[in-house]
Design a protein around this ligand. Structure first.
Ligand code: FAD
Length: 457
């Protein structure tokens, strides 16, 4: 008998429950990936993620070939394509990972109905794309946790499933066309500094991180210039790494660095369980407020300056330029730029979230939308009106200005002094010669504007 494994956000061979289950119950399997028209039509297939995805698929195919199999690729409506391949292969069952977004849920329902109407079975596996499945821990009287700290307490005590090794051999039935793998070089508009994707590269990075990076994580993760975070987010988003395996292995390293790192992985699960319970929060406020976000051409001009990294606030501009160049941004920089857009410029979080999704290689509906909501104060932050002061934050997290000088060449020649974070304090001619813009909003009254707009006096 034959099973189909539909790969989605789980592009790996190690620790893969759907693959293991299919191999345990079938003589032959069809490892399938569908380039889904629905995702492309929704505008979610941004170049950086398409490029990373192409790397992941090529690596998955190579891994399967080393085990005697291969990846089968189709293009079109995901449900039609899975049914077609299942029919061609004579498969009685399909295995896949559970998803949390509205789109993933709907895909699952449609697929189940279509398969069952032809006498086939869909098995959906948990704890593939998150360490704990949504709903594994809940408060007494609710379907999800709305506050991270108690969630984390329960999450930490809950036992994770065991890690599964990669299969030794994979047999694919004859007569199923392989289809065409997308090639990274054919994708226009990719950020020049985008990292390579794929399970092999991700596993190498994880091992190096656990050996030498993680021990410094607790003290250095907020240092913008140090680049002292794991950079595993895209591999986790595409499932080139298993979150269960990453947590298990990180727990095997002692010390505050590993503890702080595991806590960040719990944030990932936290947002997934919020989105699973409240799928509408990908676009709607989690806690609706009476925000009348700025609109009109002044707001549009501010949004454009923010996107292009010319707000006149060096740390904000550095971060926005890093995003464009690498398709990735440091977490502290994401907090600062999101706070600046929503609480200093008072622009709707959805405009910022959209831009992030256009560029982030790890762009993820749960993590992006709910982090944006957290920063905007419409989400799960228990202090929704806090405003991050971009200058104070820059002095604290980029004390020598190294991050700014790396990404803002107009200011690269400035020394360690206050000018690098507050170029408006430099004197006239020196300042103009640098060609760096004046601040879009007076540094003195940004936060006050937000408080006033939100009716906080
Ligand atoms: P590390 O610091 O090494 O953390 C390890 C892992 O923990 C990350 O890879 C990630 O999977 C997870 N993680 C860390 N912080 C968070 C967090 N706050 N929320 C959820 N998971 C977290 N992360 C995404 O993966 N995709 C997104 O689209 C995304 N959008 C964001 C938007 C905003 C406005 C903000 C403030 C944060 C966003 N994050 C997002 C979370 C975080 O910034 C990134 O996960 C992190 O910067 C990735 O770098 P890293 O892998 O080196 O992280």
């Amino acid at each position: 008998n034959v099973s189909v494994i539909l790969f989605t956000s789980d592009l790996r061979l190690h620790d893969h429950p759907p693959l293991r289950a299919a191999l345990a119950s079938s003589d032959e399997v069809v490892p399938l990936f569908v380039r889904d028209d629905g995702i492309e039509a929704a505008g979610f297939a941004a170049p950086n993620r398409r490029a990373f995805l192409a790397d992941c698929l090529a690596d998955l195919d190579a891994g399967l070939r080393r085990r005697g199999g291969r990846l089968v690729v189709r293009h079109g409506d995901v449900v039609d394509q899975v049914c077609r391949v299942a029919t061609e292969a004579g498969a009685g069952s399909v295995h896949m990972a559970a998803g949390v977004s509205r789109y993933a849920r709907r895909r699952e329902e449609r697929l189940r109905a279509a398969l069952e109407s032809t006498g086939r079975r869909l098995t959906v596996h948990d704890a593939v794309t998150t360490a704990l499945p949504p709903g594994a821990v809940t408060p007494a009287a609710a379907d999800h946790f709305a506050v991270f700290t108690p969630y984390f307490r329960h999450w930490s005590r809950h036992r994770l499933r065991d890690v599964m090794g990669a299969p030794r051999a994979v047999r694919v039935p004859d007569g199923i066309a392989s289809g065409e793998l997308p090639a990274r070089r054919d994708i226009p508009g990719v950020s020049p500094g985008l990292a390579a994707g794929g399970e092999t590269a991700a596993r190498r990075r994880l091992t190096a991180w656990l050996r030498s990076g993680i021990t410094r994580y607790a003290e250095a993760h907020d240092d913008l210039a140090a680049d002292a975070t794991s950079r595993l987010s895209a591999a986790l988003h595409f499932g080139a790494l298993s979150p269960v395996e990453v947590v298990h292995r990180a727990r095997g390293v002692a010390g505050p660095g590993a503890e702080a790192f595991v806590r960040q992985l719990a944030w990932r699960d936290f947002h997934h369980q919020v989105l699973a319970a409240r799928p509408e929060t990908s676009t709607a406020d989690y806690r609706p407020r009476n925000d009348r976000w700025r609109t009109g051409h002044h707001a549009d001009a501010d949004i454009a300056a923010w996107r292009e990294g010319r707000t006149g606030y060096p740390v904000i501009d550095a971060a926005m330029r890093q995003l464009r160049h690498e398709g990735w941004m440091h977490n502290r920089a994401r907090l600062l730029t999101a706070s600046f857009l929503t609480k200093t410029l008072y622009v709707d979080w959805r405009a910022g979230a959209r831009h992030f999704l256009d560029l982030l290689v790890d762009g993820d509906i749960a993590d992006n939308q709910l982090n944006w909501q957290w920063v905007a104060g419409t989400g799960t932050d228990t202090r929704p009106n806090r405003v991050l002061n971009p200058v104070a934050q820059a002095r604290r997290h980029d004390p020598h200005g190294a991050y700014v000088r790396r990404w803002v060449p107009e200011l690269a020649a400035l020394g360690d002094g206050p000018g690098v974070h507050e170029p408006w304090r430099l004197r006239g001619s020196g300042r103009a010669a640098r060609g760096y813009p004046d601040p879009v909003v007076d540094p003195a009254d940004g936060p006050a504007r937000f408080r006033q707009a939100r009716g906080l006096g």
